[in-house]
Each structure stands twice: as C-alpha cells, then as structure tokens.
Design a protein around this ligand. Structure first.
Ligand code: PEP
Ligand code: MG
Length: 537
C-alpha cells in the first residue's frame, strides 16, 4: 500500500494508464533570424489558444461553466503582454530560440508565484507551467492529445495540469494519482468537482506503477493498493457500492428540513466566496448562506469593486435563495489574504495585525462603499451582515456608527434599504468568546469562526504544517470558548452559527449540536452528509 494526500473522496478499482509526457530538449542555440523566430512563437501561441478553446468547451460540458473559467484565464495568459512580451524581448535582445525564451520567462513567473505565502496563489504557478508547457510542446511539434481508450482507467501522472484534468474522459477515467500536488492544487479541486477519487503528492507513484497494473484507489484515506488480492478487491467493491448508495440516498435530503431526533431544527447553510457558488449550495439543499467571504470580490483585479458591482453581486445571491437567510461578512482582508492595490504594509505577524475590521475602520471610504452596496441590496431578500475579527464592543459600535452614516447618505439620495437587517459579529478572537454574554446584548447573532479561533486560542498558525498537530478543534479550551459563546448568546435569545471548517467536521458535529449551535455553515459538498448526521442525533 502507498500513501499520499487524500484530494478527492471515493473508491476506484481499475487499470493504470501512465501519462508521461515526452521530455522536450531545451537548447541554448541562438537564432539569427529574429523575425522568423517571432513568427514561430506567434503561430504556437495561436495554436495553443485554439487548443484551449476546445479544452474549455470540453471542461464546460464535464464540469460546468464555472470550472471551465480557468481555461479562459489560460487563454488570457497567452495574451498577457508581460508574459508573451517578455518572451519576445528575450528573442529580440538575447537572440534566444523561442523554446528557450519561453522556458526562461515562464520560469521567472513561476518562481514569483511559488514564493508567495498564500497557498492559493502559490498553486497558480501550476497554471503558468501548464500554459508554458503547452506553448513549448507546440513550438517543438511534440504536442499530443492524450486520449483514453479503456474503461475503468486510473490515470497516473507526475503532475496533472488543470487542462489535463479537464480533458479526462469521465466515462473512462475513474480516478487519478499524481507524484506531486496538494489539496489546494487546481487538479485536486477539479477532482472534487468531477467527483472522482484522487490521491496526490504520492512522491514516486509514476516510477512504481506500470501501464496495465490493477490498483485500488482509496480517496478517503489517500492510499493506493497495488496489485490487490481477490479479497481486497471484493472488500473495496462492497465499500464502493455502499458509498455510492449513500450518495444517492443523501440527495433525497436536498429539500428536507434538518431536525434532530429530539425535535430541534438546525440550519445547515453554505459558505460561498463568489456569487455563482450559491448555485452549488442550492443544489445541495443548503439553508441559505452562513458566510459570504466578500473579499473574493476584491481579488484578481486592479482596484476595489464599485458600489454598483457589489450591489449586483449581493442582489444576485439574495434573489437566488428566494427568501432564505444570507449572512454576508464585510471585507476580511489582511492575514494571508492580500490586495496588492491596497498597499498593505508587510508585517511581522499579519494574523495579529492590520486585518479585517481593523482595516475597514481605518479606511472608511473603502468600508462605506461596501456597506452602501449591502444596504441597497438588503431590499432583495433576507440579509444578515456581520463584521469579522471583532475583539470588543468598541469595534462593533464604531462599525455600526459608520452604517448609520451610510444610511443617512442613502436617505439623502432616496435609495432604499431594509429595516430588517440582522447585525452580527464573527466570534473568532478568544476575547470575543470570553465576553460573549456581554456582547450578545448588542448584536443580533454570532457566527463562530473556528479557523481563526483555534489558531488564536492555541497560538498555532493555521497555515503552518509543522505545528498542525497543535491545531486541534476538539482541544478542551476551544470547546470551552464555543460553549461560552453559545450560552452567552442564548441568554439574550440571540442565535449562533458557525462558519469555520469545524462546522462541517463530522467528528465535531455531535458536540456542537449538544452545545446548542443553531446554524452550521460549510462548503456546499458537505451539506448533505451533515444534514443526515444531524438528523440522526
Ligand atoms: C474563520 O476564521 O473560521 C472563518 C470562517 O473565516 P476565514 O477562514 O475567512 O478567516
Ligand atoms: Mg476568520
């Protein structure tokens, strides 16, 4: 048995097909005819774009428009003046051949992204490698369209680029394994969307397996059984059957209310980052939205979204859920989430620094733009608004005072907002949990952000793998703070949700229900199994 990182749930028993791309020799040969080399590059860029348009269409069919958007980003990379312009400059100034020039320039970009601390941005280096690899393959005439012929194929590769993953023929490929990669790599994210099991970061799986080997992939435990015995195959066939039956049964719960055996109604909502994510929450039977991480609206652009742009996004989500509750969190930037255009200073301890509500109270205009967009959107549904990183009452009151200013400004220009908005705070700093009973007098609800609450309680950086053994949601101190928060709120008849990862953690759910948590908010793919678990408590 070989272990790796469990990237996507499920079991598969099938036959290995190694996907090893031909090594392309990159020479230092210099060119005389600069124009001919630039023409060659332009032709390869065009060819790559045409291929990507097809890949995008295929991906849209197998995974949906949203997932296919990544290939639009790849096409844009091929139009990027810094990337392509950089390659042209290398040809013009240093007489490099087009392949070498592509390799040099793309490596520089890859190095910049790999150096970033944010795990998501780090993984974007893979997109640049993917595009550069395609360009180089086309320049050298080595591009091969890998087509899978056999059913029950388990694709084994050193690394699967997002375009390789999107091109996997779902009717034939039942799982994949890679030597490299992590849970946040795009291929892992896509495997979860495709709902095929995958194990990544396996080290040397491409040198261990051969074409035609039979293997069992266990996407739950991140392991692979090589050349399994008859008994092992039978065991896994049974496990796989049971899992598939469970998935079909879970779908039946889509429109069922979640009520515990003792009769308590629990709300199981979804976490979203982009407005379109709401569609998956609805498809999985979520009770609205428990956390809209609005900072994602501010990312991948050169300036903050305008009031109108934000208004449209919030309105879209509110209307889609048809009256169900939508909890929108105001901008939570800083820590690991940066916005280059805000020019935030580099800090020694960014998670303890200039972050979230601290930035918004300081950069009032930025905050007011968002608040006005939210207020205006409130007439389109059932909106709750919460502030992140609240450490004490003063911050909440300061934020609410700015809300009042915004309301006055909207009144002046006769723009409407709802009077029924609920106002709440994220409880993610231990100080807020300890003072929950007092804070509960002033707010309408709490949402417990365990991702941060755990790191601050245990002094264990949530991004640092070396100390991840300390980062334990079930540590008694963490549980005590959660309990205090829920009890404090309930004393004043306020509701409490949880939107950190712990809310979707099946080992924590029974304890949280016992503590009286009213709402659980999690990624869309966890909603149905959480509903089922709670209904059995
Ligand atoms: C949290 O801290 O638990 C949370 C939900 O917020 P984020 O993960 O965005 O910091
Ligand atoms: Mg947080």
């Amino acid at each position: 048995m070989k272990h790796g990182i469990a990237a996507s749930k499920g079991y598969a028993i099938g036959v290995v097909e190694l996907q090893i791309h031909e090594e392309i020799k990159i020479t230092n040969e210099l060119v005389n005819d600069i124009n001919a080399e630039k023409d060659k590059l332009a032709a390869a860029v065009e060819e790559s774009k045409n291929q990507l348009v097809k890949v995008k269409e295929q991906a849209a069919l197998s995974m949906g428009e949203e997932e296919a958007a990544i290939f639009e980003a790849h096409i844009m990379l091929l139009e990027d003046p810094e990337l392509i312009g950089g390659i042209v400059t290398e040809i013009e100034v240093n007489y490099l051949n087009a392949i070498k020039a592509t390799s040099v320039v793309s490596n520089q970009f890859v190095a910049i992204f790999e150096d970033m601390e944010d795990a998501y941005l780090k993984e974007r280096a893979a997109d640049i490698k993917d595009v550069a690899g395609r360009l180089i393959a086309n320049l050298s005439g080595c591009y091969v369209d890998t087509k899978i012929e056999l059913e029950n194929t388990i694709v084994v590769a050193h690394d699967l680029t997002p375009s390789d993953t999107a091109q996997l023929d779902r009717s034939k490929v039942i799982a994949f394994l890679t030597d490299v990669g992590g849970r946040t790599s795009h291929s892992a994210i896509m495997a979860r969307t495709l709902e095929i099991p995958a194990v990544v970061g396996m080290g040397d799986i491409t040198s261990i397996l051969k074409d035609g080997d039979t293997v069992i992939v266990d996407g739950f435990n991140g392991c692979v059984i090589l050349n399994p015995s008859k008994d092992e195959i039978e065991t896994y066939q049974k496990k796989s059957q049971a899992y598939l039956e469970e998935q079909v049964k879970l779908k039946e719960l889509t429109s069922t209310d979640t009520i515990t055996r003792s009769g308590k109604r629990i709300y199981v909502a979804g976490n979203i980052g982009k407005p379109e994510d709401i569609l998956k929450v609805i498809a999985n039977g979520g009770d609205g939205v428990g956390l809209f991480r609005t900072e994602f609206l501010y990312m991948d652009r050169d300036s903050a979204p305008t009031e109108q742009e934000q208004y449209e996004s919030y309105k879209f989500v509110l209307e889609k859920v048809e009256g169900k509750k939508v909890v929108i969190r105001t901008l939570d930037i800083g820590g690991d989430k940066l916005l280059p255009y805000l020019n935030l200073p580099k800090e020694m301890n960014p998670f303890l620094g200039y972050r979230a509500i601290r930035i918004c109270l300081d950069q009032k205009e930025l905050f007011k733009t968002q608040l006005k967009a939210l207020l205006r959107a409130s007439v389109h549904g059932n909106l709750s608004i919460m502030f992140p990183m609240i450490s004490g009452l003063e911050e909440y009151q300061a934020a609410k005072a700015i809300v009042e200013e915004c309301k006055k400004e909207l009144d002046l220009i006769k723009l409407k907002y709802s009077d029924n908005i609920e106002w709440g705070i994220m409880v993610e700093i231990p100080a807020a949990a300890v003072c929950a009973e007092e804070l509960a007098k002033y707010v309408d609800f709490f949402s417990i952000g365990t991702n941060d609450l755990i790191q601050y309680t245990l002094a264990a950086d949530r991004m640092n793998e070396k100390i991840s053994y300390i980062y334990n949601p079930m540590h008694p101190a963490v549980l005590q703070l959660i309990k205090l928060t829920i009890e404090g709120a309930h004393k004043h008849r306020k509701w409490v949700g949880m939107c950190g990862e712990m809310a979707g953690d099946e080992t924590a759910i029974p304890t949280l229900v016992e503590y009286g948590l009213d709402e659980f908010s999690m990624s869309a793919s966890s909603i149905l199994s959480a509903k089922q678990q709670i209904m059995n408590l």
